[in-house]
Ligand binder design. Structure first.
Ligand code: 9MG
Length: 292
């Protein structure tokens, strides 16, 4: 199948929705409901029907406190789902940090590697460089098991910006064309609520580096801001956060709730594509012959 385009053409504002498919038994966000291969296929079909341009398939939880799984287990979880997804009209992303999983997914036809470790594991840069796939480089301070224990930055936006710039440079040195690269500030990955809010408010800074992908969906920062304990009750807050990110320059939003995000984006997109009339000083009315 022909790979679908990931990036909107320059000068356009087409924002894309990436639907989350966690094939894990312990996902914080969806209760691991999609671990069974049939259920994972049904979830992928639903995400595509609801309008996701990209599906992001992961077999290892990266939620705070999560422990790693073996490479064999990760492959067992994700490969059947990837083999199904590549038969559908959607960009297929594999959410992994392991080069062997990247290679297997790419060989099966995946179009993108989403790596919360920004291709820092040995062999990961080479796995992507030896292919034509797109990649998302995410910032994370620490490792999932301990990252939320005491995150600290002197200047969170500056430090995340520097990290992503350095990783982009490392990718280019390894032979990955920068047109294939997206960056992600990594909301909730070794960050307090204040860090996350600063990053969201200044998301446009990261768009200076590369197209920006954000994942805010159902995260604890949304719970903290709304008082919603249950991740499934955080949909409205998540959609609001995604729209703020888009307003601040994000190109791709990674979400659990595709349909409500798609609808909110349709409204945003309609307004964003309006051409603003020229400002007239107060008290002056348009007259025939006025140039506009
Ligand atoms: C896998 N995963 C979980 N959260 C994520 C986020 O915020 N961004 C990206 N790129 N991947 C994520």
């Amino acid at each position: 199948m022909k790979p679908l385009s990931l990036m909107a053409p320059a000068g356009t504002t087409r924002v894309q929705v990436m639907g989350v498919v966690n094939v894990t038994p312990d996902s914080f966000y969806d209760g691991g409901a999609f671990r069974d291969a049939g259920a994972a296929r049904a979830r992928i079909d639903r995400v595509v029907e609801e309008g996701a341009a990209i599906v992001d398939i992961g077999g290892e939880s990266t939620r705070p406190g999560a422990s790693p799984v073996s490479p064999a287990e990760e492959l067992d979880r994700v490969m059947p789902a990837i083999e199904h997804a590549v038969t559908l009209p959607v960009v297929v992303s594999v959410d992994t940090s392991r080069p062997q999983v990247m290679r297997a997914a790419i060989a099966a036809g995946a179009h993108m590697v989403n790596d919360v470790r920004a291709l820092r594991l040995a062999g990961a840069l080479e796995a992507v460089a030896g292919s034509k796939v797109a990649t998302c480089l995410m910032h994370m301070q620490g490792e999932p098991r301990t990252m939320q224990q005491d995150p600290h930055y002197d200047d969170v936006v500056g430090e995340v910006h520097r990290f992503l710039t350095d990783r982009l440079f490392a990718c280019q040195l390894a032979g990955i064309d920068r047109k294939r690269i997206l960056v992600d500030p990594g909301f909730g990955f070794g960050k307090t609520l204040e860090h996350n809010l600063a990053l969201l408010a200044q998301c446009a800074r990261f768009a200076e580096i590369a197209p920006v992908l954000v994942g805010l969906s159902r995260k604890s920062m949304i719970g903290a801001l709304t008082g919603q304990e249950l991740p499934s009750a955080r949909v409205a807050g998540s959609v609001a956060a995604a729209m703020i990110a888009v307003q601040n320059g994000a190109a791709i939003v990674r979400v659990h709730d595709v349909a409500p995000t798609r609808d909110a984006l349709a409204v945003w997109q309609a307004v964003a594509s309006q051409v603003a009339p020229k400002h007239r000083p107060a008290g002056r009315r348009a007259a025939d012959g006025d140039e506009d």
